[in-house]
Design a protein around this ligand. Structure first.
Ligand code: HAM
Length: 427
């Protein structure tokens, strides 16, 4: 006897990138539908952009000396020699697309969704492929639109039934204010260089504001005593921030001003904000964003103020109350060669008559016992039964699978009228 061929090596998904299985994908769809309904109600239009962009787009927008660009991008040279990256976020692509398609001659309220890619160390709430829904508004520079996007997020939490998120806000001022502050901060930190860790020392020369965001507990005290950018805002930035705070108070949205909130991407100015959950462990930020008035011009477009945010869907899903995945309403079984041959065609007729019905048609034949077992396992409330007799008389058997009740025979033509009541009775 010939030896059995060696078992083929099994392949697995890439670490930090996950399959979303039926059942779980139901939750995703519900989440996405609810978010979309809220975005529609505020007049935001969906923008879909490619998953791959030229690497330079992210270098010039997110910033050369950020964790994302320095360490986390999936970048490659394609066969034509172009330097490309899987998108690590959506803002840069939206700006690129808005410039490219000439969308910026009027205000735009846009949203997007989809997978993003960052080669971070995977842990709970932090993945290498994760999903965001984000919003970007172009052409509006006042604090009113900052307030609108925050009001929109509050409405999202209410629609999704998520409670207990905390809003943190800060202002990063304009670039001149940040440059002055940066000098102050560097001077202060240089007095404490020996206490800084290697990462912060590296950042001191390149991106010192990011040191404020360090999670190293040994730095907590130095950071707490560092000068605050909020104390060094000019009049216009201060008024912008105060008007936003007044708007939040008027809308009864509790918030905390966090002067250390600097964000991990370089394009922000003035307002930045994060919604944080205490129920998610270390990765508690479910939604984050802010204003980026310089980015459009920086990427070659007309000077255009902009504000937006993105939320992490994996993190939001963890906060949603769990729901049973939807089972089919009905499962069609067929007995006998002719009935089996006719089953798929009959199922099509039933679907045409009842477009809302979730109907699974048994395939593969088998004994009545085996087919009813499958029907039962599917979670369906009723079985539609097609035997030779039903086939001959253009009728169908209806057998409740959950509650009590006898099998009934129903002329096929009457099914659309009778089925809703029968399904209700079978609950
Ligand atoms: P971000 O803070 O990098 O901002 O990401 C926004 C959200 O995406 C985070 O708050 C988190 O919920 C989720 N997220 C980020 N990285 C991961 C990960 N590795 N695994 C799971 N979830 C993650 C941005 O991306 C900006 N583009 C937001 C923005 C839009 N600012 C203005 N407009």
């Amino acid at each position: 006897m010939a030896p059995a061929p060696p078992k083929a090596r099994q392949l697995r998904a890439i670490r930090g990138m996950h399959d979303i299985l039926p059942g779980t994908s139901d939750h995703w769809q519900t989440l996405e539908d609810q978010v979309r309904a809220v975005l529609d109600s505020y007049g935001y239009g969906e923008l879909r952009t490619p998953l791959v962009e030229v690497t330079e787009l992210f270098q010039r927008s997110i910033g050369e000396v950020t964790d994302i660009v320095e360490k986390e991008m999936y970048s490659f040279t394609d066969r034509g020699g172009d330097h490309l990256s899987l998108r690590p976020e959506g803002t840069a692509s939206c700006v690129r697309a808005a410039i490219e398609h000439g969308l910026l001659d009027q205000a735009q309220r846009l949203w997007y969704r989809g997978p993003m890619f960052r080669r971070e160390r995977p842990q709970r709430g932090r993945y290498r492929q994760f999903h965001q829904i984000g919003v970007e508004v172009f052409g509006l520079g006042g604090p009113d639109i900052d307030l609108e996007v925050i009001l929109l997020t509050r409405r999202l939490w209410a629609a999704l039934g998520i409670e207990g998120l905390q809003l943190e806000i800060n202002s990063l001022g304009d670039s001149a204010e940040r440059a002055t502050y940066r000098d102050l901060l560097v001077a202060y930190l240089q007095d404490h260089t020996e206490q800084l860790d290697a990462d912060s020392r590296h950042r001191l020369g390149s991106n010192p504001l990011r040191i404020l965001d360090s999670k190293n507990p040994d730095l907590a005290e130095i950071i707490a005593r560092a000068p605050s950018l909020l104390d060094h805002l000019g009049a216009a930035s201060r008024t912008h921030f105060e008007t936003l705070c007044a708007g939040l108070e008027r809308a009864a949205i509790p918030y905390r001003i966090n002067p250390r909130l600097v964000r991990g991407l370089d394009y922000y100015n003035r307002t930045v904000f994060e919604w944080i959950s205490t129920d998610l462990g270390a990765q508690g930020t479910v939604c984050a964003g802010g204003r980026y008035d310089g980015l459009v011009a920086q990427l070659g477009g007309p000077p255009t103020p902009a504000v937006g945010f993105a939320m992490g869907l994996e993190r939001l899903l963890e906060l949603l109350p769990s729901r049973q995945p939807a089972a089919p309403d009905a499962y069609l079984v067929a007995f006998g060669a002719d009935a089996e041959a006719a089953a798929l065609h009959l199922a099509e007729q039933v679907r045409a008559a009842l477009p809302e019905l979730r109907l699974v048609c048994h395939c593969g034949g088998g004994s009545a016992k085996a087919q009813f077992k499958r029907a039962d396992r599917s979670g369906a409330r009723i079985a539609l039964v097609l035997g030779e007799a039903e086939l001959a008389s253009a009728s169908i058997g209806i057998k409740p699978l959950r509650g009590a009740g006898e099998q009934q025979v129903c002329p096929l033509a009457e099914l659309p009228v009778r089925l809703p009541a029968l399904l209700q009775a079978a609950d």
